[in-house]
Ligand binder design. Structure first.
Ligand SMILES: [Cu+2]
Length: 257
């Protein structure tokens, strides 16, 4: 058996190695305390509030897996380098059943945990209630959107075109049920800031209920590739006060008369 003076040759590397290990950890810890949303804006909609802990948990889980993976990569690279003057090929370990079971099971457990929490939050987000106060119909078509407000009668309809994208008016603090469908192909009703997306399917009606909690204007998109002019399926979401919302519905009705 050959003896290598490890403690002699690796001393200068250790501080660097420690720094490499601590840097991502420090970044993670400072990130957690200063930006609790980790890039996720809190309080914009009821959906943001539901999925915030999922978002944070996924980041923390990703960071833990990332740090462990980094250590596993750096450890052999630093401590198991070819020694000076070493000529023999290192011992090879193959078909190690416990190790193979471990690296099959661990990713499975990670996916299962993420899946479980995602399913719990998704169930909460898509839950249908009877206590919503407004209903808005969202119809996707090639290549724009039609928003209808049945509470103001059949004339309260805003139809967009690619040249003139429509605006979806939403009353602040009010639970709205969105009735989502399509009259041609599959589209995707997506408001990135609100963390919501639901497919518009021809022949199927989907429902989504949420409350917008902050006044403002937010971009809306189609996020299903639906044809040549998919990129033009833009819309704007305007969160307004209840009085402004009602006034808007009246002007909408008047403009259709
Ligand atoms: Cu589309």
């Amino acid at each position: 058996m050959q003896h290598y003076p490890c403690h002699m040759s690796f001393k200068p590397i250790r501080p660097l190695f420690k720094a490499l290990l601590l840097a991502p950890l420090a970044l993670l810890l400072t990130g957690c305390s200063s930006v609790s949303g980790l890039g996720f804006e809190e309080g914009l909609s009821s959906v943001n509030d539901i999925s915030l802990s999922l978002w944070q948990g996924a980041w923390i889980a990703g960071a833990v897996v990332g740090v462990i993976t980094l250590v596993l990569i750096l450890w052999p690279a630093v401590f198991h380098r070819a020694k000076v003057g070493q000529s023999e090929f290192p011992k090879q370990t193959q078909y190690n059943i416990p190790v193979e079971i471990a690296y099959t099971l661990i990713p499975f457990v990670i996916v299962a945990v993420l899946f479980y929490y995602t399913a719990v939050k998704q169930t909460e987000i898509v839950e249908k209630s009877s206590n919503y106060t407004h209903e808005i119909k969202v119809e996707g078509f090639q290549w724009s959107w039609q928003f209808s407000y049945p509470e103001a009668g059949p004339k309260a309809v805003a139809t967009g075109t690619p040249a003139s994208p429509p605006t979806l008016y939403v009353p602040i603090g009010q639970k709205v049920r969105y009735t989502i469908n399509s009259n041609d192909v599959v589209h995707g009703f997506w408001i990135p800031a609100f963390m919501i997306q639901m497919q518009n399917l021809p022949g199927v009606t989907n429902y989504l209920e949420f409350t917008a909690n902050k006044l403002g204007t937010y971009p809306g998109r189609c996020n299903i590739l639906c044809g040549r002019n998919h990129a033009q399926m833009l819309f704007t979401v305007k969160v307004v006060t209840l009085a402004e919302y009602k006034a808007y519905l009246e002007t909408l009705k008047a403009s259709q008369a």
